[in-house]
Design a protein around this ligand. Structure first.
Ligand code: DOR
Length: 422
């Protein structure tokens, strides 16, 4: 049966308008005023907002291997509850997704689960060990949408260069986790005033910036595109901005925790604040926001990194890095970027859906006639307090517990089917 989503404020890339959306099968057939709902299932969206399905291009689903932290089913459930219709999952699983068999497994498991679309990212190097290139061609053929050794940088520049070269031959981008391991040197928080005050070992901005600069330099010399993951430093934003000015094909992402939090929150040693790269300082937070505003940073992702209690209920130095973020990314981004007047809803939709689709050549990313019916209905006026214990994700590890946010996802459609209803 066709569906008519009636009277919502529809978010397009260049503005919003109150109108109806007629969905036939997996596609949007028509968008307009007062469309005829005869014979349709009518979804009343009046007073609500219709947002394009979010594409989160940086997610850890943990399966295979770490199903205690998350699996494809729990992660997909959490995704659709957050208005996310496509997730790109990172390869730091066990076994590592560095070959076609693991890519195939993830795709077939995601199909069985049948909630959001899951797009596997293959490792650049075998076992993410940084030594030998993985089976890039075979993974591309099987359906990998990008390559990354996320969680670490490929430290050997020659191997990274070959990875980029090889990837571009298959029309894949390298998504670069930028951290010089020798400079991180066991650091668990940002190096600065707060690392000194807490006595926790700091990791300098330079560890991130050096690798951002290196990977941009490699891409520039090869004239291939490159994508920089989870940017957290003011200086990293500057490096990317100037590369873009030179015409380098670089794109970049950041996460809600980098534009909302600073390392002031580490003072009570809450391990939910431990993330990689670390939370930085106010000048970094401001620069990240400016980067989102002026187009230096192309997308907002979550780096959804679910962990279990035993990974986080330990002393800070021993705790796992990562934040469970997929259920809160819209509300946090809306509250801190749109409600605060920094960005428009349309700009947010471009950062969370359109750009990720363009960067990874995925379907969707915007609401348009003939496009895929991936979207969500959101009540922007609904205010709630974040409580990680209520997450559908197995990872309850959020540093945003107690934060009051706006924007409750009421319904999510994937390929025209209702996959989440609040
Ligand atoms: O904090 C993080 N956690 N950063 C990463 O890059 C990896 C991730 C994980 O896999 O837990």
């Amino acid at each position: 049966m066709k569906k008519l989503i009636k009277g919502g404020e529809v978010v397009f890339a260049d503005g919003t308008e109150v109108c109806d959306i007629l969905v036939d099968g997996s596609k949007i057939e028509k968008i307009g005023k007062n469309l005829d709902g005869k014979g349709c299932e009518v979804i009343d969206a009046s007073g609500k907002t219709v947002f394009p399905g979010i594409i989160d291009m940086h997610v850890h689903l943990r399966e295979p291997g770490f199903e205690g932290k998350e699996d494809i089913e729990s992660g997909s459930r959490a995704a659709v509850a957050g208005g996310v219709t496509q997730v790109c999952c990172m390869p730091n699983t066990n076994p590592v997704c560095d070959n076609a068999v693991v890519v195939r497994y993830i795709l077939s498991r995601a199909k069985e689960v049948g909630l959001c679309k899951v797009r596997p990212i293959g490792a650049i190097t075998k076992g993410e060990q940084g030594e030998t290139l993985s089976d890039i061609g075979k993974m591309a053929k099987e359906g990998a949408v990008a390559l990354s050794d996320d969680g670490r940088s490929v430290m050997n520049s020659l191997i990274m260069r070959r990875g980029m070269e090889y990837a571009s031959g298959f029309n894949l981008k390298c998504l670069c986790h930028c951290e010089d391991a020798s400079l991180v040197d066991g650091g668990v928080v940002n190096e600065g005033k707060n690392s000194t005050l807490t006595g926790l070992k700091g990791s300098p901005r330079a560890a991130e910036d050096i690798m951002i600069a290196r990977d941009i330099s490699l891409a520039e010399s090869l004239d291939v595109p490159v994508h920089i993951c989870h940017v957290s430093t003011y200086s990293g934003v500057d490096i990317i901005r100037s590369a873009k000015k030179r015409g380098v094909k670089v794109t970049a992402e950041t996460c809600p925790h980098y534009f909302i939090l600073t390392d002031d929150v580490i003072d009570d040693f809450d391990t939910f604040t431990k993330v990689n790269p670390p939370l930085r300082e106010e000048k970094d937070r401001k620069a990240i926001i400016e980067g989102l505003r002026d187009g230096t940073l192309d997308c907002i992702v979550t780096d959804h990194a679910p962990h279990g209690r035993k990974d986080k209920e330990v002393e800070y130095n021993l705790a796992a890095f990562g934040i469970s973020g997929i259920e809160t990314s819209f509300a946090l981004s809306y509250t801190y970027l749109v409600k605060s007047g920094i960005l428009s809803l349309s700009q947010l939709s471009v950062l969370m859906a359109k750009h990720p689709a363009e960067i990874l050549n995925l379907e969707g990313g915007e609401i348009r006639e003939g496009g895929v019916a991936d979207l969500s209905v959101i009540d922007l006026n609904a205010k709630y307090v974040i409580d990680g214990q209520k997450f559908l994700s197995k990872g309850k590890n959020t540093p945003f517990n107690g934060f009051e946010v706006y924007g409750k996802v009421l319904l999510t459609l994937v390929d025209g089917d209702v996959k989440y209803r609040a």
